[in-house]
Design a protein around this ligand. Sequence first.
Ligand code: KG4
Ligand code: ZN
Length: 345
Amino acid sequence: MRVLGIESSCDETAAAIVQDGRLLLSNVVNSQIDIHAVYGGVVPEVAARSHIEVVNPVINQALTEANLTWDDIDAIAVTYAPGLIGSLLIGTLAARTLAITKNKPLYPIHHVEAHVYANFLGTTPPQFPILALIVSGGHSQLVLFKDHGDYKLLGQTQDDAIGEAFDKVAKIIGLPYPGGPSIAKAAVNGNPLAYKLPKAKLSGAYDFSFSGLKTAVLRAVQHEVNVDIDFPSSGLPGLLDATQKANFAASFQRIAIETLVDKTEKAFVDFSPKTVVIAGGVAANQELRRILSERLPIQIEYAPINLCTDNAAMIATLGYYQSLKQSPIDPYILEVQPSLSMTKA
Ligand code: KG4
Ligand code: ZN
């Protein structure tokens, strides 16, 4: 069975074709990073406009790269939740129209759940029960998957997502957008013990919080360059030298990653999963991969970097597994759900 996946929930327009939930036949991602970098973050209206311009060419390219025609496609899967409303609308409208005109079954996909399915591509799918640490620009969650479609949310962030914290801290210290890769790169040359930053204490055993850490970095930078809290934060990067920036990047990254690893380790001990998976854009972080692998007595599974960040291969893969258990949705009634949580999907 060949599924065409379509993804447009944030700033990537993507289409991919996956066979039987494991064989990747094509994977096209049009990233808007350059467009949004000028503003230091994603501008929703600009994102939606860009999706409109490229969604059809991206889908056609996915067919061309797989050397397939519409006759070879058995189903369409599309991200309908969560994400930016204007962005989600473009992908779902394209998918609904194609499902109707090409007469294909349509499967609505939850983006956060789909991140985990990047790990199902390839020859050996992860074994259930799976403990998944899903860490992206919009989400930080620990989820226990007992089977396909059967999962329990163990914990999640109470404020900022971890990727969002990387992006905001990068902005404070003057590193380019997106902040995750910039911080990881700068941190290589920094001392992770240079600045003392706090780990949030929360009542939920598997919950996260990153907003306080971000503010602690801001205060530490203000202290370092000797300005008070009223000083405009846009002026801070100009007062930091390259060594200070690298030290802030490394110190922040250390605490952020330790927080993720501490909670994942606790969940591992409490639930004894067969597999531990990290998924989402922040799963691209090499230090997270390394430290989690060091701390847990099990091999940690993660996808190649281009399948950790937003893509449509993960959408098509989950679409395949969904088609085995569920009926397709009526393309005339599918609506986007910008803030739907994974457990309500
Ligand atoms: O999954 P994703 O592509 O989009 C969302 O669904 O949010 O994740 C994007 C996030 C951004 O916040 C970006 O800064 C972060 O993933 N990211 C990283 C790295 N690469 C991307 N964070 C830390 N280290 C990285 N190497
Ligand atoms: Zn994502």
